[in-house]
Design a protein around this ligand. Sequence first.
Ligand code: ADP
Ligand code: MG
Length: 380
Amino acid sequence: MTVTSDATGRYREVYGDEPTGLWAAPGRVNLIGEHTDYNEGFVLPFALPQRTVAAVGPAPAGEWTVSSTFADEPVSFGITEPGEVTGWASYPAGVVWALREAGFDVPGARIALSSEVPVGSGLSSSAALESAVLTALTDLGGLDLPLEKRPALAQRAENAYVGAPTGILDQSASMRCQPGRALFLDCRTYEVEQIPFDLAAAGLAMLVINSNAPHQHVDGEYGARRKSCEDAARILGVRALRDVTPDDLDAALARLDDDVMRRRVRHIVTEDQRVLDTVALLKAGRPREIGPLLTASHASMRDDFEITVAQVDVAVEAALSAGAYGARMTGGGFGGCVLALIDTDRAADTIKAVETAYAGHRFTAPTCWTVTAGPGATRI
Ligand code: ADP
Ligand code: MG
């Protein structure tokens, strides 16, 4: 069974007829640029081959029903306000709400969802769901909503309706990424640039290692990091930490009393620069050379931003020992996935090395696979 036939099958089972069409949106990994989004800085995600598929058909105006292979019962709702639909259905209900709030006449719809994006692993199954639903409703309703304005609406659904304080990275990646490219996104202006990222042509592969570490305290820690960055920006008299350049860094750090806050600032400022350096190398056709930037990003997340856990640190070390050019945790932290840049023919050995290291630490076994940069949300 594929994710596509699963979505269609679920649609037939729940609604008793054929969907009008199928829409797919990918999960994403962030190549580099972690926690820089809400500091109005730079990120560089690419779309995963793993997707969420929405099979969608018509319903009377003002009526929506959503069903998912993840849930037993479909959920129906009309025109709602935040808080009225809860649980997983709050994601699609939030998309309907955000579109309507922006003035769009959202068509009624019946939706069946299936996904191959692992949930809660930092690969953004939530944005994949929002992006598939938003793209489907936009197409079906013939809404005049340009691609570049869509991520902010899906983000609003997640922030204001679902109640999760995320940045714009995930939805931008799921909707705006292109195959064989990484998406260089300026989180202040929302300007994007498509950056060449065809690793296979260079004999390289990107290994994704799902640490399978239990996520703990993620929301609280995220909020604490965000507050620390915002407080630091206020003390330094800048709109966001994006405005502190590497040249300004020492002077800025000297103005902060708190050692923890100093390290948070150092991570953001150096991480923004690493994104810019990575973009320059990829544009110059030197993808192998981004390895040390990835590894430096990991060290900065581990030592300065303090968002890694033992499982991801062990995966990074094991991949590097096995010959990876670079490796880092990707995503918000406290678990999730590690990326390792390797020669294509080293994939099996690198996976073995990580599995052996995990067994030695008695960690739950990791899940590993290689990925290429896939397409963004689209009708399929
Ligand atoms: P992630 O890192 O995967 O985005 P989140 O906690 O942000 O993790 O989002 C995961 C939540 O999104 C799930 O708990 C569920 O409520 C919802 N979700 C994601 N994919 C689906 C799906 N295919 N069907 C139903 N709900 C989904
Ligand atoms: Mg999410």
